[in-house]
Write a protein that binds this ligand. Structure first.
Ligand SMILES: *Cc1c(COP(=O)(O)O)cnc(C)c1O
Length: 378
């Protein structure tokens, strides 16, 4: 089955009760038993729910994995991955990271004795010098948020394999339409399904996908034991979102390219971060591991003025000033004061998150309207 068919049919069956084409929203916490233990595979909805199971099968299918797991948020999914570890274990992570992931690692898990190294991974060989006998996990985000750095998944996975370390990839920005980390050697794919997979800015959810049965079982155990699951209604919404992922992504990519090129030609713009540009430092790797370049574009203005950036995001009319990304509607954000406010200024500036940086999630509206909007605001 090709990707564009998997988004619609992957892992799906018509409901056995009445043949409904979409799985019903099984809005139930529990399931009747005929005798103690006599049930039809479902006992309690933290453990299993048919609507969530349908979604988990779709997750596995679109990422070319064997097992999918759905969580109440992207961060809940990351939380479950870190719970595979023990005190004393070490994690090597990209330094240009979603702010909430950084906060989870440093303010929640460090106090339980897990050590995190945040490093630049533009050159994968840099990772090797941080590996110790305690390293258990490499955490990669690519493209990174919000600087659009590209990390070589294949090269990172060969390092992970050499030292017998797990490799997890946050695939939220690329989605499996553009990039399939499990095929490139990763062990775990993570999504904030809140973003492109859901695609309509109406649900918060997380996903994990793996290709190894015993790793899947350890994660299912954590999912049930820690309990950060999503409800059936939200499962239904994300399942519906995934059915149009391929056509939405195609338009996100087209519009993203046009917006990036417009900004690059604007005299007031200093830098545009978009992996499709030939002069992007890792354009070659992006071209190899991605099928297109996505709808996320960041830029800075000349003079790097904080207030000027605020004025631009406030003046946008078609773009909405908001956190988040990946919905059908275009959003603009100011990382320094919004998504990355929890990262200390000195730390964020090291990775390029300067005061004038603006991040765009280019939606699927008419691209002429989007460019006109940026023109009047800038
Ligand atoms: C939003 C996001 C997360 C966190 O997901 P939530 O669903 O908000 O918990 C993690 N990684 C990336 C890249 C994100 O954009």
């Amino acid at each position: 089955m090709k990707f564009n068919t998997k988004t619609i049919h992957g892992g799906q069956e018509h409901d056995p009760a009445y043949g409904s084409v979409m799985p019903p929203i099984y809005q139930t916490s529990t399931y009747a038993q005929t005798t103690p233990g006599g049930h039809k595979g479902y006992e309690y909805s933290r453990t299993h729910n048919p609507t969530r199971n349908a979604l988990e099968k779709s997750f596995a299918s679109i990422e070319n994995g064997s097992h999918g797991l759905a969580f109440g948020s992207g961060l809940a999914a990351i939380d479950a991955v870190i719970k595979l570890l023990q005190p004393g274990d070490e994690v090597i992570s990209t330094n240009d990271l979603y702010g909430g992931t950084y906060r989870l690692f440093t303010s929640i898990f460090e106090k339980f004795g897990i050590k995190f190294h945040f490093i630049g991974m533009n050159n994968a060989s840099n990772i090797e010098s941080y590996i110790t006998k305690n390293t258990k996990l490499i955490w990669v985000e690519t493209p990174t948020n919000p600087m659009m750095n590209i990390i070589d998944i294949k090269a990172t996975s060969s390092i992970a394999k050499k030292y017998n370390v797990l490799l997890a990839v946050d695939n939220t920005f690329a989605t499996p339409y553009l990039q399939r980390p499990l095929d490139l050697g990763a062990d775990i794919v993570m999504h904030s399904a809140t973003k492109y997979l859901g695609g309509h800015s109406d649900v918060v959810m997380g996903a994990l996908i793996v290709k190894d049965k015993s790793l899947a079982e350890r994660l299912y155990y954590i999912q049930n034991a820690s309990g950060a699951v999503c409800g059936p209604q939200d499962s239904f919404l994300v399942l519906r979102g995934i059915k149009t992922l391929h056509i939405r992504m195609q338009r996100h990519c087209e519009n993203g390219k046009a917006v990036a090129e417009y900004l690059a030609s604007h005299p007031k713009i200093e830098k545009v971060y978009w992996p499709g540009f030939k002069n992007h430092p890792n354009h070659k790797i992006a071209k190899e591991q991605m099928d297109d370049f996505g709808g996320m574009v960041s830029f800075t203005t000349k003079g790097n003025n904080y207030q000027e950036a605020i004025n631009i995001v406030e003046n946008l009319k078609v773009f909405t000033l908001a956190e988040s990304l990946g919905g059908v509607e275009s959003l603009a954000g100011h990382p320094a004061s919004m998504t990355h406010a929890s990262i200390p200024k000195a730390e964020r500036e090291k990775t390029g998150v300067v005061d004038s940086l603006i991040r765009l999630s280019v939606g699927i509206e008419d691209v002429g309207d989007l460019i006109e909007d940026l023109k009047q605001a800038i």
